[in-house]
Design a protein around this ligand. Structure first.
Ligand code: MG
Length: 308
């Protein structure tokens, strides 16, 4: 990278899905739509809209089809890429019916986490998602892969980096364009990021990997900085830090998009996102949820904007 041409970065906004699925308060479909519209107006170019799951499994996202229909009726610019998480073939069929152009599938590194989360071991998950990926690709969709619990499992503890490498390679071989490496419980440290990515990047090109960091222990930005310096240029984030941590009551979950934008832009890596407009989008949804952002940066920017 030369000093005069900073490499751009990709931010995948997961607030509408990962954020809202972890918020206790239900949100009206029209408010979700407005949130997504405001995000797009702020310059966010990739948005994970929802998840096509059984309504009883995640009631917060039970309106997936209605939201997708609302978004389609509005007609976003082609510059905005929308995606949805699908846990199985049924979810994929629903995403296809809703006209979603990209889907994400997920897998965990450890059997115990996977069994608790989706009642399937890691191997059973592969068996489940293989036909989903194949059918999505045949249908002309792009497929992203999430790998959860990359830096440790809340039930099994340490996860071997070699295992992360093996699972990532298998996902890529199955046709996902990118593997998003999830620090699901927010326990990663920069030292660990160096160790895991050091191993993976010796084999897998950086553009096939993304970082999905949580700020549960306040380490998200340090981890993102570490990953970026090692060549990772795609990061998942949730506007305003929406969504808590399902493993620690009251704690932070996904890193706030505001913080990732501010960090990367300060290093000369353009994100294309307007920070003031992003704060507006986050503030709109936080107001609907009746809660404060866990992000210090969001709170400062929101109060500064209010003072003007
Ligand atoms: Mg997350």
């Amino acid at each position: 990278m030369s000093a005069t041409t900073p490499s751009s970065v990709r931010i995948v906004e997961v607030g509408p899905r990962d954020g809202l699925q972890n918020e206790a308060k239900p949100v009206a479909t029209e408010d979700k739509f407005t949130f997504v519209r405001l995000l797009a107006e702020a310059g966010v170019r990739e948005i994970e809209l929802t998840s096509f799951v059984r309504p009883d499994a995640i009631p917060q996202l039970a309106d997936a089809a209605a939201l997708a229909e609302r978004v389609r009726a509005h007609g976003f610019s082609d510059a905005v890429r929308l995606s949805a998480l699908v846990p199985n073939m049924r979810g994929l069929e629903a995403a296809l019916a809703a006209g979603i152009p990209e889907v994400a599938v997920f897998l965990a590194t450890s059997d115990r986490f996977s069994e608790r989360n989706i009642r399937a071991t890691v191997e059973e998950s592969f068996t489940r998602i293989a036909p989903v990926i194949a059918h999505a690709l045949q249908s002309g969709l792009r497929v992203r892969g999430y790998l959860s619990t990359v830096y440790g499992c809340p039930y099994e503890g340490k996860v071997e980096p070699q295992k992360v490498l093996r699972l990532s390679e298998r996902l890529l071989e199955m046709g996902v364009y990118e593997v998003s490496l999830g620090d699901t419980t927010g326990i990663a440290t920069p030292g660990q990021v160096e160790a895991v990515l050091g191993l993976l990047l010796a084999i897998i090109p950086a553009h096939r990997l993304a970082g999905h960091f949580h700020d549960t222990r306040g380490m998200a930005l340090a981890n993102i900085l570490t990953a970026w310096k090692m060549g990772i240029t795609t990061f998942d984030a949730s506007a305003g830090g929406l969504g808590g941590c399902p493993y620690a009551t009251g704690a932070s979950g996904n890193v706030a998009t505001e913080e990732v934008v501010a960090l990367l832009e300060s290093l000369g890596a353009p994100t294309g996102i307007s920070l003031p407009k992003l704060v507006e989008a986050s503030a709109f949804m936080l107001d609907r949820l009746g809660r404060e952002s866990p992000s210090k940066l969001h709170r400062v920017l929101a109060s500064t904007a209010a003072a003007h």
